[in-house]
Design a protein around this ligand. Structure first.
Ligand code: P70
Length: 499
């Protein structure tokens, strides 16, 4: 068969030079094996990232014996590894993005005035333009915003329904005296269900809750788009529109966790009839229009290393947030950030809503997902926006949930290749504050989170091969015991030992 591939040989008048691995050597003309690009293997034309690399940061991989020692020292918890001990870091997509040349240039325009920094007004403008909320309070990151909103919008004894818990979000809601109630659709708890909008709120569950506890006891609906703990699954526009109608009938506010709302907008554009030709920018704006306010970890969608905000429509609530921020974060025009951070965030917001940016960002996550599914590796489907969530229960059916299958899988991956991933199962779920027993989530997952604009297709190939090697050796894994358990958000600092 005639190869349709571009020729890989670099022709010189004297010889042909062929690249194999890391070195060049000369060859006599010989019959060549036809190689296919990944695009061809997947039956499509290849595409490439809409950027080129201007600055590089070297990567190192320590040897297997050193990885074993490092993991022991870290108590088998990938959060406790030093980053110098890590090769490809897929712990999180939070604060790990590569900023653009425009963002770095923006850092030089930082106005470090204590009050009224010009960068605050740029940020306020960007949030108004793209998210549509008139009143903005900057915070140092997402949990700073969660703290302020929980303190102002929750009265002790109230209930907060939401589309699956998130660790820091629920912790702040509970600290403010609320009980979190999960009202996500059942499909979200099933890793094999391929429903397109597995992040949706189940309207019947919500209606039943309102009926059972009374609308006055509901502080607000906590709506995340996309839903991190469900595997980065999106919420449909139809769902948020119906939620608006239901909540308005009962006088309940809706606050959005907008951390990955741009990625959510991509899924609406891709999957929801009527939105195929609408821009991401439009979709994001319409989505937010059905909510009363939002909190944001700008370390994800907005392509910055630090920053967040809370923004609302209601003036009274804004007034409260503005008084509290000065106590916990900093003055209301910097909220714990430098002027330059706010500038980078304002530019990052604009860049984040570009259609080609998101296509390439989610395309890279899918590329890894396609490789792994092709090899039969169990994971959450459909693949979400920011990560591949491996189904650790299916890797290790011989381990009970309190032998920590997902923590075990994260440890095995690190030992195999130096890749760092994150547990998102029973350890992350913590304990029920009333009974003291572990929460036992249906999903026992290990997350391979892809930072934005940082790694290449070759890194994804290396990751995929490591996951396969660990999957092939799965029968040998024995699980872990927890030997140290912190009281709050235990997954960050818990320590384990092999069983
Ligand atoms: C992650 C990060 C942070 C986050 C989030 C959503 C949907 C709020 C926040 C908080 C970092 C993380 C946080 C807790 C446990 C593990 C990792 N998610 N809402 O890796 O924002 O980090 O800026 O305070 O995903 O998923 P912030």
């Amino acid at each position: 068969m005639e190869s349709r591939l571009p020729r890989q040989n670099v022709q010189s008048p004297h010889c042909s030079v062929e690249m194999t691995g890391n070195h060049f050597h000369t060859t006599q003309p010989r019959e060549r094996r036809v190689t296919h690009t990944m695009g061809q293997q997947l039956g499509r034309r290849s595409w490439a990232e809409p950027w080129k690399i201007k600055v590089v940061e070297p990567l190192y991989r320590i040897g297997a014996a050193d990885r074993k020692r490092a993991l022991e020292t870290a108590g088998y918890n990938t959060f406790l590894l030093r980053s110098d001990e890590v090769y490809i870091d897929l712990l999180t997509d939070s604060g790990t993005s590569a900023m653009s040349d425009r963002q770095w240039a923006g850092m030089m325009l930082g106005d470090e005035a204590y009050a009224g920094s010009r960068n605050f007004y740029r940020l306020e403008d960007a949030v108004r333009t793209y998210y549509g909320y008139p009143h903005l309070v900057p915070t140092h990151q997402g949990r700073g915003a969660e703290h302020l909103l929980s303190k102002t919008a929750i009265k002790p004894g109230q209930v907060v329904p939401g589309n699956m818990y998130f660790t820091t979000t629920r912790a702040h809601q509970e600290l403010a005296g609320a009980e979190f109630v999960d009202v996500i659709v059942d499909e979200a708890h099933d890793p094999d269900d391929r429903t397109p909008f597995k992040g949706n709120v189940d309207l019947i569950k919500l209606e039943r809750l309102v009926h059972d506890v009374g609308a006055d006891r509901i502080a607000y609906l906590s709506l995340a788009a996309t839903v991190n703990m469900a595997g980065g699954q999106p919420v449909s526009m139809a769902n948020v529109r119906e939620l608006r109608a239901l909540c308005s009938r009962h006088g309940i506010r809706i606050f959005l966790d907008a951390t990955r709302a741009v990625e959510n907008a991509f899924f609406i554009q891709e999957r929801e009839p009527g939105y195929e030709t609408r821009s991401l920018r439009d979709i994001l704006f319409e989505f937010c229009s059905y909510t009363d306010g939002a909190w944001m970890s700008a370390k994800k969608d907005s392509l910055v290393n630090i920053g967040g905000w809370v923004a609302v429509r209601d003036e009274e609530l804004f007034e409260e947030l503005r008084s509290l921020v000065v106590l916990y974060e900093g003055l209301h025009t910097y909220g714990g950030l430098a002027g330059r951070d706010m500038e980078a965030m304002a530019i990052g917001i604009e860049e984040s809503v570009q259609d080609d940016h998101i296509r390439s960002r989610i395309g890279q996550v899918r590329y890894l997902g396609d490789l792994l599914s092709g090899w039969g590796i169990p994971m959450v489907n459909p693949v979400g926006g920011h990560a591949i969530f491996l189904n650790a229960r299916c890797f290790y059916p011989h381990l009970a949930q309190d032998q920590f299958p997902a923590q075990t899988l994260a440890a095995e991956l690190y030992l195999d290749s130096g890749i760092r991933s994150m547990e998102r199962g029973i350890v992350s779920a913590g304990r029920d504050p009333d009974t003291g027993d572990h929460h036992r989530p249906a999903l026992e997952l290990t997350r391979l989170t892809i930072p934005r604009r940082v790694y290449t297709q070759a890194h994804m190939d290396v990751v995929a091969e490591s996951v396969k090697a660990v999957y092939d050796a799965r029968a040998n894994s024995r699980g872990l015991v927890m030997v140290h358990e912190p009281r709050l958000l235990r997954f960050f600092q818990a320590r384990f030992a092999p069983r």
